[in-house]
Design a protein. Structure first.
Length: 196
């Protein structure tokens, strides 16, 4: 675990979805090698659990090619600083894994894990339909094509209603909190800048 993180209070139980038990064998999955974008509610939950944000959250560069087919609200939610795009994400360990991933236990944030983690590998399209997030079949066992949407949703211990609810929370955060995200990204970038 990262130096600035503290153990999760005993009242919280780590989370691992039934369908995620096969993914640790993949070299890249949702918790290893990828970025977990955060809402302000996610940041607050991390803070409320006793984690120091400097050891838990980072500003990750987000490349323009990732935004090509995305809806306007998602494209507009990235923060531009110095000609580069950034998004607030969970911090990664040296091995590329999320700082909250504990081997054999899953996510140390338990039920307070980020909302994007709660809906992964699903997304809601512009018509309101739940889909497998495009391009995730290589790093997600559930999205590999072996399961119907209904089976996949059950494997992450969610329902179609909760997927839509969490997705709406992500969308609302992007639409309403851009200025606060900018502040947090700039703070994280400032903390990461080498001293002269």
């Amino acid at each position: 675990m990262a130096d600035h993180c503290v153990p999760v209070p005993l009242s919280e139980k780590p989370f691992i979805a039934t369908g995620c038990l096969s993914c640790p064998d993949k070299s890249e999955n949702c918790c290893v090698g990828s970025y977990v974008p955060l809402t302000l509610r996610d940041v607050d939950a991390i803070r409320e659990l006793g984690y120091d944000l400097a050891g838990a959250v980072q500003a990750s560069e987000y490349f323009a090619e990732y935004l090509v087919d995305d809806e306007d609200w998602w494209r507009d939610s990235v923060t531009g600083v110095g000609g580069r795009l950034y998004r607030l994400t969970t911090k990664k360990r040296e091995d590329g894994a999320c700082v909250f991933l504990e081997e054999g236990k899953g996510c140390l944030l338990g039920p307070r894990r980020p909302v994007v983690c709660k809906i992964y590998p699903f997304w809601v399209d512009h018509r309101g339909g739940i889909i497998y997030e495009p391009g995730e079949e290589e790093c997600c066992y559930i999205a590999s094509g072996s399961y119907t949407l209904e089976e996949g949703i059950a494997l992450i211990d969610e329902s179609p209603g909760s997927i839509r609810e969490y997705f709406q929370a992500i969308r609302q955060d992007c639409l309403e909190n851009h200025d606060r995200h900018r502040e947090l990204v700039e703070t994280a970038l400032g903390a990461a800048a080498p001293e002269a």
